[in-house]
Design a protein around this ligand. Sequence first.
Ligand SMILES: [Zn+2]
Length: 241
Amino acid sequence: MAIYLCHEQPDLYEHDAVVVDARPGAVALDRSAFHPGGGGQVSDVGTIEWAGGSSRITHIEIDGDRWWHVLADDTMLPPGGVSVTVDAEHRLGVASLHTMSHVLNAFVFDEFSGALVTGAQISGDGKGRMDFDLPEVDNDRLRALEGPINDVIGRGVPVTSQYVPVTEATPESGLMRSMSVAPPPTPDGTFRVIDVEGVDRQACGGTHLSNTGQSRPIRITKVENKGRHNRRVRFQFTDPS
Ligand SMILES: [Zn+2]
């Protein structure tokens, strides 16, 4: 399952599915529009309904080919059909912060000649952070990227995805950077590449906006030194609600 349903049908938030496996507090389905997270990004959350009950899905656990939809309680689902709903607001918040982390990454990469991401985390509470390998940099220069990031939001830049052959994803192409979220190459040997038009282009399997204008404004709340080489940039929505 290297091509995610949520990538093929990004606007699919509700669908039917069939239980293929169950244990107390978790269920595996024959199909799922949930994004499983990865690379420091939280998974989608949502709800599941079956004949006789419903529960919240708190996250996805991947075990081989099986995606366990972990429930908020210890229910053991019966075999049969279910209906699942992805929490659209949660998806939008995570996709916004993650898409804007591409933009931050691009600005850092350009301004500090190829500085690489060493870690990233996007949580479900409207906050994110990225770590960069930047040994000698004035932290105010990193903070100053907040304005240009919000300019990209204000300009409403289109964000598109395409699958390109692995052979094009060479180190020189700049497509492979360390922020990428699963999945690995598809069985036919392609990578999913995300293009924030004119700003950033790189391989990534995360959830993204289709236009930067869908994001609420972002604030860089803190820049910290993490060890000798790393700077941690924390950001969140300016309006926290
Ligand atoms: Zn991405």
